[in-house]
Design a protein around this ligand. Structure first.
Ligand code: GUN
Length: 286
């Protein structure tokens, strides 16, 4: 292996330790940071993610509540619950776990969350703020990736970055965050004709396509930093990323594993955003 491993499990522990200190300080002032997580339906992966988010809150001293609803929940009831949480002073962050069952208007649900409690950074106010260069809440996965890049001091100014996948919560915000950091960014997606043409000249590749082992060694420049956001299941049920890890680690300069890479960082940054939301309320009311 030539690449340096960027260990998200270890780094997320450091971030959570910082979060715990900040949470304790806020709690002492009577403002314990609080996160509400809403899960609708019984998607098995979503259940695991939600459980991990609540566990992380408990371990770092944040107050949390978790609402679980059947997939048959009427949209009006979900909107009413979000409205109640928007007005609940004990709750600083609200996250509706995605995907929602198909009868929900996803956009309407996200827009119903107060932009000040949108710790996912998906509300148009927060997406727009990021796009105009004055971010409020960064979506947790891109935020986690940036924290990893900073931890190993990967220079971004003037670099060539390729993001694969243009989802609303990862690919698109990732591209804007990297752009803000001074990278020249190419956003590739399903319709990109020759993906390797772009990745081969990249100093940094963020793979977030949801396609197992999409990025192979022949597509990577020697010494490049490769960040794997993919969480896929093999036919045997094992977790695997979007990167052919065993081959790419021999070429890349830096690489993240799956599991133990970006995943734990995403949860840590959700806590960071919740702390930030709580701190803002404190500033507003004191
Ligand atoms: N499901 C998978 N990733 C995410 C995320 O970042 N936020 C929400 N709300 N749901 C998700």
């Amino acid at each position: 292996m030539t690449a340096q491993l960027i260990n998200g499990s270890t780094l997320s522990k450091t971030v959570c330790a910082e979060v715990a200190m900040r949470a304790a300080a806020l709690t002492k002032k009577g403002h314990q940071p609080g996160l509400a997580v809403i899960l609708v339906g019984d998607d098995p992966a979503s259940r695991v993610y939600v459980r991990n988010k609540i566990k992380a809150c408990q371990e770092s001293g944040l107050y949390s509540i978790c609402d679980r609803y059947p997939a048959t929940l009427p949209e009006a009831e979900l909107l009413a619950r979000i409205d109640a949480l928007n007005h609940d002073p004990a709750i600083h962050g609200i996250l509706v776990q995605l995907p929602l069952p198909s009868h929900f208007n996803r956009r309407a649900i996200i827009e119903a969350i107060s932009p000040d409690k949108d710790v996912d950074g998906l509300h148009t106010v927060n997406a727009g703020a990021l796009m105009s260069g004055a971010p409020r809440f960064l979506p947790c996965t891109p935020y986690g990736v940036m924290r990893m890049l900073t931890a190993v001091q990967i220079p971004l100014e003037g670099s060539q970055a390729v993001v694969i996948g243009c989802s609303e919560s990862v690919g698109k915000p990732m591209a804007f965050v990297l752009l803000e950091a001074g990278a020249t960014v190419t956003l590739c997606h399903r319709q990109t004709r020759d993906l390797a043409l772009y990745t081969r000249s990249a100093d940094l590749i963020v793979a977030a396509a949801g396609h197992p082992k999409l990025l192979t060694a022949d597509m990577v420049k020697t010494g490049a930093a490769v960040i794997d956001v993919g969480i896929n299941r093999t036919a045997e049920g094992a977790l695997c990323g979007d990167v052919d890890f065993d081959a790419v680690k021999e070429i890349a300069g830096f690489i993240t594993p799956v599991p133990g890479g970006v995943g734990p960082m995403t949860i840590s940054m959700l806590l960071v955003n919740t702390i930030q939301a709580a701190q803002r309320t404190l500033k507003t009311y004191s």
